[in-house]
Design a protein around this ligand. Structure first.
Ligand code: IDP
Ligand code: MG
Length: 155
């Protein structure tokens, strides 16, 4: 099967706590080690408008206002990663939303304690991955490339 037929793309954010704590490299390193392929990256301050669009699904929930304050409180590292089963693979590497429920060895287990400071975002479905990638990145920012190790990682 061709790589193009099975590839999924996911939006990954290292949230403000991850940036402030110097964990950008740790997150990137774990995704690289996993075998995922980087497609795009930018270090940016999230606007109120982008935060509200990105988290629109949570509007009205008790934690919504705090979540918007959190994601806009300092810069984030926004990235797109791709690979076979990228959605599931990246969410597994991140760990469950609540750090005390995250599997040992996952980022949220290893580096976080509270749900409101859980370091990262990753798209939760193929469809949301597509929507979020186009919300955060322009087509010109997405780099199509062949990696020399692809054939040793993608079956
Ligand atoms: P996810 O980031 O694992 O996909 P979601 O349920 O989509 O989790 O929630 C989005 C983000 O909202 C979480 O990552 C977390 O930062 C925040 N959040 C979710 N539930 C709570 C809560 O109960 N209290 C505070 N923040 C929360
Ligand atoms: Mg989510």
């Amino acid at each position: 099967m061709l790589m193009e037929d099975i590839v999924e793309r996911t939006l990954v954010l290292v949230k403000p706590d991850g940036v402030q704590r110097g964990l950008v490299g740790e997150v990137i390193s774990r995704l690289e080690r996993r075998g995922l392929r980087l497609v795009a990256a930018k270090f940016m301050q999230v606007s109120q408008e982008l935060a509200e669009t990105h988290y629109a699904i949570h509007k009205g929930k008790p934690f919504y206002e705090g979540l918007i304050r959190y994601i806009t409180s300092a810069p984030v590292m926004a990235m797109v990663w791709e690979g076979p089963n990228a959605i599931a693979a990246v969410r597994q590497t991140m760990g469950s939303t609540r750090p005390t429920e995250a599997a040992p060895g996952s980022l949220r287990h290893d580096f976080a304690l509270e749900v409101g400071r859980n370091l990262t975002h990753a798209s939760d479905s193929v469809e949301n991955g597509q929507k979020e990638v186009s919300l955060w990145f322009t087509p010109g920012e997405l780099i199509a490339w062949q990696r020399d190790t692809d054939r040793w990682i993608f079956e």
